[in-house]
Write a protein of this length. Structure first.
Length: 304
């Protein structure tokens, strides 16, 4: 390549792509149209592709241009975030941190850390994307979230995973259910009751099915829902029992629901911090992560 990608060339391309005309883009960028055309031409020469198809009235993206537009926007965002990150590093006066977090983990990990973080840096906003495990992973990989709190899954080159805790699966049931008074459960006890499960595309369901498949245990999966909170609502209504992560359960002082330890094979999910290997962290996001890891290290050594 004779030239390197330049910020202003990328900015020119994004403006032309979004506005659809060189005239409007040139006005927006305070450039002459010939100067704008030279920037687009230089970018295409560097990439050795055609990004735009020019007509007398409109300018359209080529298929390669459509694909490159998302990348160009991301490069501009990362550039601006890096500049803001340098300023934030000095002042930490304002900014936004976006966290993709499992709904069940959000209540467990984040409130105390957010409270402490906001006391130290009150101008920094926190956005929590409470999404499924798969959605959360995708948002971190695409750079839509600074980092995530997620369950461990097959490692991919795009992300790194720092384990925080093991969350065991338990049986959720009403405190007046016949099994609530049983001292030790056996899997055979659960074969006769109606089980409320989450859908098969859920990471929690996959863990449960994979753990029980080699054992020959067959449970009566009678109801299927999309969210763990829904399954707890059905349990509370007396429609059945549910096997779910302990972190999803309300506190021990709940008037209706209780938990029972499951027999072997014991099932658990590993919850941890997910970071992208492709996108650099802002200084403010790194501050939050440092506080989260420090707080969790203190919790981990405390007795339960």
């Amino acid at each position: 390549m004779q030239h390197r990608l330049e910020f202003l060339d990328l900015q020119a391309f994004v403006q032309v792509a979004e506005l659809g005309t060189f005239h409007e883009a040139a006005n927006r960028l305070h450039l002459s149209q010939p100067a704008l055309s030279r920037r687009i031409q230089k970018l295409e020469e560097v990439l050795e592709v055609t990004l735009l198809e020019r007509t007398t009235r409109r300018t359209r993206l080529t298929p390669i241009g459509i694909d490159f537009l998302a990348k160009a926007r991301r490069m501009l965002d990362e550039y601006e975030s890096s500049i803001m990150g340098i300023r934030d590093l000095a002042t930490h006066q304002k900014g936004t941190i976006t966290i993709a977090c499992l709904p069940t983990a959000a209540f467990y990990f984040l409130p105390s850390v957010i409270r402490e973080f906001n006391t130290a840096w009150p101008g920094i906003r926190i956005r929590i994307l409470d999404v499924s495990a798969h959605e959360g992973l995708e948002k971190v990989i695409r750079g839509e979230a600074d980092f995530g709190i997620n369950m461990f899954s097959a490692q991919t080159p795009e992300i790194s995973f720092t384990p925080l805790l093991k969350d065991p699966f338990v049986l959720a049931l009403r405190s007046d259910h016949p099994l609530a008074g049983k001292q030790h459960l056996e899997w055979s006890d659960l074969e006769q009751v109606r089980l409320i499960t989450v859908s098969r595309d859920s990471g929690n369901r996959t863990l449960l099915d994979n753990a029980l498949a080699p054992t020959g245990i067959h449970l009566n999966s009678f109801y299927e829902v999309q969210h763990l909170s829904t399954s707890l609502g059905l349990v509370e209504s007396g429609l059945g029992v549910a096997i779910l992560p302990r972190m999803a359960m309300p506190g021990p002082d709940h008037k209706t629901l209780c938990t029972k330890q499951l027999p072997p094979p014991y099932i658990h999910r590993t919850i941890g911090l997910v970071r992208s290997n492709a996108h650099s962290l802002s200084a403010t996001a790194q501050l939050f992560i440092n506080m989260l890891l420090e707080r969790w290290a203190e919790e981990a050594v405390s007795p339960e």
